[in-house]
Design a protein around this ligand. Structure first.
Ligand SMILES: [Zn+2]
Ligand SMILES: [Zn+2]
Length: 231
């Protein structure tokens, strides 16, 4: 089956994302623009993944469960799981490792945790944009131990991309690297390339995606297809 996927999308939980980004609004818009696979990847936690899981089931959208972790090096790294429990476990580890810096909603925006009916359950207290306690190497190890995919995000960006932060793309056991819509493939140094929208508002959905021919949407099938794209 052909999956047209966007595996990098932020919900209203991310302080930098628009409050319109409820899981339900995201999934409805994604269908409208022709996507049939999605991942929710909020910064450094997975608090809105349970609502996302219920909405995807309700609306017949296939999905992965993820997060965009800020490594100790301040590089953004996507972690993707096909199993909600593993994603929640990783999300809790990453959130617990964040410094005790509270969010300042007036400056940075709210961080609402919502349910599938868009009721606010609470707010994430810690500022989600801080660097986590995981360096890149320990992140790779932990995500693979939980059978997830690890993919440095927007490596062509001048801010929070791994190349911008380190000055080079490290030789790690990454499953792929992510480029923005117009990012230069030469930057990937042979790693499999995926592109996603990194949407923070509904208008961003559909602005970048990647097609995958898969038997079904699982991490194992994805890993095999990505492996074939390694240069
Ligand atoms: Zn990012
Ligand atoms: Zn992002």
């Amino acid at each position: 089956m052909l999956y047209r996927a966007d595996f990098h999308v932020h919900s209203c939980l991310s302080p930098c994302a628009s409050l319109e980004m409820s899981p339900d609004a995201i999934v409805r818009k994604a269908k409208e623009v022709g996507l049939n696979a999605l991942a929710l990847t909020d910064h450094n936690c997975g608090f809105n993944l349970p609502a996302f899981a219920k909405i995807c089931e309700r609306r017949g959208m296939e999905c992965l469960y993820g997060m965009e972790v800020t490594s100790m090096e301040e590089a953004h790294i996507l972690c993707l799981f096909d199993d909600l429990e593993s994603a929640l476990e990783m999300g809790a580890l990453v959130y617990d490792s964040l410094p005790d810096v509270p969010n300042q909603p007036d400056r940075f925006g709210d961080q609402p945790i919502i349910d599938e009916n868009e009721e606010i359950l609470g707010f994430a207290d810690k500022f989600l944009i801080s660097a986590s306690g995981f360096d890149i190497g320990s992140l790779v190890e932990r995500v693979h131990a939980l059978d997830g995919l690890i993919i440095p995000a927007h490596i062509d960006r001048m801010v929070y991309g791994v190349i911008a932060q380190l000055g080079f793309l490290p030789a790690e056991n990454f499953d792929a690297v992510e480029l923005t819509a117009r990012g230069d493939p030469a930057l990937a140094l042979g790693y499999p390339i995926i592109r996603n929208s990194d949407s923070h508002d509904l208008g961003g959905l559909g602005s970048a995606h990647t097609d995958y021919e898969l038997e079904s949407l699982t991490v194992n099938h994805l890993r095999k297809v990505l492996e074939q794209r390694r240069a």
